[in-house]
Each structure stands twice: as structure tokens, then as C-alpha cells.
Design a protein around this ligand. Structure first.
Ligand SMILES: *[C@@H]1O[C@H](CO)[C@@H](O)[C@H](O)[C@H]1NC(C)=O
Ligand SMILES: *[C@@H]1O[C@H](CO)[C@@H](O)[C@H](O)[C@H]1NC(C)=O
Ligand SMILES: *[C@@H]1O[C@H](CO)[C@@H](O)[C@H](O)[C@H]1NC(C)=O
Ligand SMILES: *[C@@H]1O[C@H](CO)[C@@H](O)[C@H](O)[C@H]1NC(C)=O
Ligand SMILES: *[C@@H]1O[C@H](CO)[C@@H](O)[C@H](O)[C@H]1NC(C)=O
Ligand SMILES: *[C@@H]1O[C@H](CO)[C@@H](O)[C@H](O)[C@H]1NC(C)=O
Length: 189
């Protein structure tokens, strides 16, 4: 009798261990990758084919440096990403997202950028990198935080340097260097 109870306890323990080891079973751990990307974002705030649309605007104006500015204007953005600054340079993807212009009520006035850089060609076709950061509106060079990614950019962490290459009322061209640590991912996960 004692033996059989003991045996049952042993069997229960073994089945628990086996269930746990199944639950935790995995493939060889994947090494993280470091990737640097360099491309240009082409934004058309105006003109006949704008890439930016205002969604909403608050009725609050803030006094920044004694000049009145709107606080809390939200724009939807879908900007092409190209290899170079030329308008006909090879298209590699797009930056879809939201910007909040004047995102802060104090000086210096800030802009909040939330973009998903999606790639449509090459090794990273179908993969994307998400960034989310605030910057002073006046900055011609900005650092953005990479907060995540999809596809080959799973679990991405890193940063992006954005530099305004040229700007007028109809076209803003920005150069970007993105540095991310990520896992390329496996289809079975
Ligand atoms: C902004 O809109 C809200 C809601 O309609 C209203 O209560 C408020 O008085 C408005 N503020 C200004 C500065 O117009
Ligand atoms: C804003 O205007 C007030 C009143 O005219 C003045 O005292 C103050 O120095 C100004 N501030 C700035 C940053 O120009
Ligand atoms: C605010 O005004 C001061 C004095 O005119 C100027 O030096 C500063 O650049 C201004 N800041 C912004 C954010 O416009
Ligand atoms: C990118 O992936 C999509 C979806 O799988 C495919 O239709 C398209 O042909 C690919 N583009 C290139 C340039 O490989
Ligand atoms: C990106 O990197 C290249 C090469 O190091 C450099 O020449 C360029 O100024 C950088 N641009 C930005 C926006 O960081
Ligand atoms: C704005 O810049 C773009 C690219 O440099 C140029 O093609 C366009 O003619 C410029 N537009 C104006 C209104 O200056």
C-alpha cells in the first residue's frame, strides 16, 4: 500500500517534470543581430499630392516665447522612404504614423513623432521598425528611440538619427541612420 502511494507520487512528479520540460523546450537560442540602415524620408506637407493630413486640432493656443502657437495638432503621415535624397531615387518603403505638433506647452516647443518604418523591398521586405520620440521643433538633427519592430526586426531596440537634408513649403527631405539590435525571428515561433 505504502509502495503504491509512493509510486503514484513518483509518477505524478515525473509527469509534472515532463510537462514542464515540454513547456520550456526550445530550439538553440538565436543570436541578436546588429543592423545599420541608411535612407531618406521624403515628406510633402503641401502641394498637389501631400503625404501629411491633419486629423484634429485643439482650440488651445500656448504662449511660447511670446508667440501664440496651437497646442495639440495631430497629423497622419505616410512618407515614402528612398535610398537617396533625389525624388526619383529607389523606393524602399514608407513611414506611416502620427505626429503631434506642438506636443508641449513649454519652451522650446516640441514635436512628437511616432512612425512605423515599413520596408517593401530586399531582405527586410515586409518587416518594420517602430520609433517614438519627442524633439524640439527647431532641431535640424534629431535622435529618435526605436521601441520595437516586426518580422526580421522582432524585439528591435536602438535609435535613429534624423537630419533635415532640405526643406521648403512643399517638400521636406530627411536623412536617417537607424541602428538596431534585433532578432530575425523564426516562422515557427
Ligand atoms: C475649447 O473648446 C471647449 C469645448 O468645446 C470649450 O469649453 C472651451 O471654452 C474652448 N476654449 C477656447 C479657448 O476656445
Ligand atoms: C514676453 O513678453 C513679456 C511682456 O512683454 C516680457 O516681459 C518678456 O520678457 C517676454 N519674454 C520673452 C522670452 O521674450
Ligand atoms: C526665444 O526668444 C529668445 C530671445 O529672442 C531666442 O534667443 C530663443 O531662440 C527663442 N526660443 C525659441 C524656442 O523660439
Ligand atoms: C515584397 O513582399 C510582398 C509580399 O510578400 C511581395 O508581394 C512583393 O513582391 C515583394 N517585393 C519585392 C520587391 O520583393
Ligand atoms: C549617417 O551616416 C553617414 C555615414 O557615417 C554620415 O555621413 C551621415 O552624416 C549620417 N547621417 C545622419 C543623419 O546621422
Ligand atoms: C522645394 O524643394 C524641392 C526639392 O528640393 C524642389 O523640387 C521644389 O521645386 C521646391 N519647391 C519650392 C516651392 O521651392
Amino acid at each position: 500500500m505504502r509502495t503504491s502511494v509512493f509510486t503514484w507520487i513518483l509518477i505524478l512528479c515525473l509527469s509534472t517534470i515532463s510537462a514542464q520540460s515540454n513547456y520550456h523546450s526550445q530550439h538553440d537560442p538565436e543570436e541578436p543581430k546588429l543592423t545599420n540602415l541608411h535612407f531618406f524620408l521624403h515628406e510633402a506637407p503641401g502641394g498637389s499630392n501631400p503625404t501629411v493630413a491633419m486629423i484634429a486640432q485643439s482650440n488651445i493656443t500656448v504662449d511660447v516665447n511670446n508667440s501664440s502657437m496651437p497646442f495639440g495638432t495631430v497629423y497622419a503621415v505616410d512618407d515614402p522612404l528612398r535610398v537617396g535624397p533625389e525624388p526619383n531615387s529607389e523606393l524602399i518603403g514608407n513611414a506611416q504614423g502620427l505626429t503631434v505638433i506642438i506636443a508641449g506647452r513649454s519652451t522650446p516647443p516640441s514635436v512628437l513623432l511616432h512612425f512605423d518604418f515599413g520596408f517593401t523591398t530586399g531582405k527586410f521586405n515586409g518587416s518594420s521598425i517602430s520609433v517614438l520620440s519627442r524633439n524640439p521643433t527647431t532641431d535640424m538633427e534629431r535622435e529618435l528611440t526605436v521601441v520595437g519592430g516586426r518580422g526580421k526586426f522582432r524585439m528591435a531596440k536602438g535609435f535613429a538619427h534624423l537630419k533635415v537634408y532640405s526643406a521648403n513649403a512643399t517638400v521636406i527631405i530627411a536623412e536617417l541612420n537607424v541602428t538596431v539590435i534585433h532578432y530575425e525571428g523564426r516562422s515557427e515561433i
